[in-house]
Design a protein around this ligand. Structure first.
Ligand SMILES: Cc1ncc(COP(=O)(O)O)c(C=O)c1O
Ligand SMILES: *[C@@H]1O[C@H](CO)[C@@H](O)[C@H](O)[C@H]1NC(C)=O
Length: 510
């Protein structure tokens, strides 16, 4: 507790410092060469944590081992991949002791903070009591967790299946949808990512994940109602403090873009699937596809159409759940819909492998009637103890409220950069799930070329800010930090991003 208090008082000091700094910065502009140096190294807010000295493998040894023994599929960011050593809340430390503000949280996964003391304590306690039993025996951590998690979901979503990853959760949800409906066809959006297992690859509609082999039987893609890049969209479509730069003259409560995209959805139902379908998967806001938001009301109408065809509706809350969107605990609540199945992973365990499928007693029964489902590690005591602590911390530290407050503050700050820079095409999101889509110019909305975005990304890292990428052209920067971040840290992140854009403009001008 004393550590926590110390941190809070420390943070107050940094609020004050950061205010002074931004006041001084007003009036500078990127074209001014002499003032540029003021911007190139924004000052990082303080952190009261000191990492241990790094004493293990040398950087080159790590590269060598990686090359020889690990997956040759390159997923590492940066020309010189980052070798990390320790983490504390929203901070990461590399092998050389450099500190980074982590605004991507291990791909939207560290929900309450790296090595959060309360979660660590729960993990350590369970570690000394019992690691594993499998579901053939009962153990209280699983039952305590099931009770806690179900309390956070509306009726009739009360039956929980525990798994280890988002892909496993979606695999199971696909099975459930088929077992319950007696149908096969499942619809998901183009550009969607729902996992990488052979079964979920049918739902994932990103070209680079597709193989030249038959797969994804019974899965069909439909147009993603992307109000920025898609054919329709305007200035009131989305549930975000920031709208697109597109104009529209829809009357209040109407959205022509939504109507157009619903026509496309009907077209898919009429042409690409059987008369009766098994289900429809959607994320409340798309993560991997670059924080894409649909027009308000779209999901509600789509869910009705799916149910008319005998299908069940699945909300993939792997990225959007657990308070990240601020206004609500679950993303589906922001669309005013009630799914039949909800899948969750990532933030559920703050980085510990854990996932869940929550559904109605009726659907759960349909599955149980059809098949035996077993998962060795699902509901593991360690995972459940950690999951319970994560839920407690979200509540005790008011992290949903912090997502709302700090996320909205950040969205509005990034929206100002869109006004300032031609290559910032769109700023969107809700709470602490934010996307910044980079374009060649605002007129064409063509993606900014890869090499240019890579360099901006790398420059942010050099200044101590870690952010993510998304979109099928990797054209969108994604921001989804642990929900414990503060406004001074946001000020720093925005300053860093702005400096990286200024450096980019300078390179271009040469
Ligand atoms: C929306 C969504 N669903 C499912 C998954 C798959 O989760 P996992 O990587 O834990 O299998 C991901 C992973 O990025 C995701 O973003
Ligand atoms: C699916 O098939 C089973 C077994 O034939 C049947 O009991 C059930 O009512 C069917 N469900 C639907 C939704 O048609």
């Amino acid at each position: 507790l004393s550590l926590f208090l110390q941190k809070i008082s420390y943070r107050n000091v940094s609020v004050f410092k950061s205010k002074l700094k931004t006041d001084l910065d007003v009036g500078t502009f990127w074209t001014s060469g002499t003032k540029l140096s003021l911007h190139t190294k924004p000052r990082m807010p303080p952190c009261d944590f000191t990492p241990e000295r790094y004493k293990t493998l040398s950087y080159n040894r790590v590269l060598e081992i990686h090359k020889q023994h690990l997956s040759p599929v390159v997923t590492a960011y940066f020309q010189k991949p980052l070798l990390l050593h320790q983490g504390h809340m929203e901070w990461l430390f590399d092998f050389e002791g450099n500190r980074y503000l982590d605004f991507f949280s291990g791909v939207v996964t560290v929900s309450v903070g790296h090595c959060h003391p309360k979660v660590n304590a729960a993990a350590q306690k369970q570690l000394t009591h019992l690691w594993h039993t499998s579901t053939i025996f009962f153990h209280p951590p699983m039952h305590e967790y099931a009770e806690k998690l179900s309390a956070l979901l509306p009726e009739p979503l009360k039956v929980i299946f525990l798994t280890n990853s988002g892909s496993e959760a979606n695999d199971l949800a696909m099975l459930m949808a088929r077992a319950h409906s007696n149908n096969t066809d499942i619809i998901s959006f183009r550009g969607a990512y729902h996992g990488c297992s052979p079964y979920t690859l049918g739902l994932t509609n990103v070209g680079s994940f597709k193989m030249k082999l038959p797969s994804g039987m019974g899965c069909q893609a439909t147009m993603c109602p992307d109000v920025f890049r898609g054919p329709w969209g305007g200035s009131h479509c989305r549930d975000s403090p920031v709208q697109t730069i597109r104009k529209c003259n829809c009357a209040p409560g109407c959205c022509q873009a939504k109507d157009q995209y619903i026509e496309q959805f009907k077209d898919t139902l009429n042409t690409a699937v059987a008369k009766s379908i098994a289900g429809f998967f959607a994320e409340p806001i798309q993560g991997v596809n670059g924080v894409v938001q649909y027009p308000k009301g779209f999901l509600k109408e789509a869910f009705q159409l799916v149910r008319q065809r005998g299908g069940v509706c699945i909300a993939d809350e792997v990225q959007t759940g657990f308070g990240r969107l601020g206004s609500h605990f679950w993303g589906f609540q922001t669309h005013d819909v009630l799914p039949d199945i909800v899948t969750m992973a990532k933030g559920i365990g703050n980085g510990f492998p854990m996932a869940a499928v929550v559904t109605t007693p009726e659907i759960a029964k349909s599955l149980a009637k059809r098949l035996l489902h077993f998962n060795t590690f699902g509901g593991n005591p360690m995972a459940c103890a950690i999951g319970s602590a994560v839920l407690e911390v979200i509540k005790e530290d008011s992290l949903q409220e912090n997502s709302q407050e700090v996320g909205t503050y950040m969205l509005l700050k990034f929206a100002k950069l869109r006004d300032e820079f031609e290559i910032v095409g769109d700023v969107r999101g809700k709470g602490l799930m934010i996307g910044i889509e980079m374009v060649k110019d605002k007129m064409s909305r063509q993606p900014l070329p890869h090499e240019e975005i890579n360099q901006i990304h790398e420059d942010c890292k050099e200044m101590g800010l870690l952010i993510g990428r998304g979109g099928i052209f990797s054209q969108t920067f994604r921001i989804a930090p642990a929900m414990c971040i503060t406004k001074p840290e946001v000020d720093f992140a925005v300053e860093v991003f702005r400096s990286a854009l200024i450096q980019h403009m300078e390179r271009r001008a040469k």
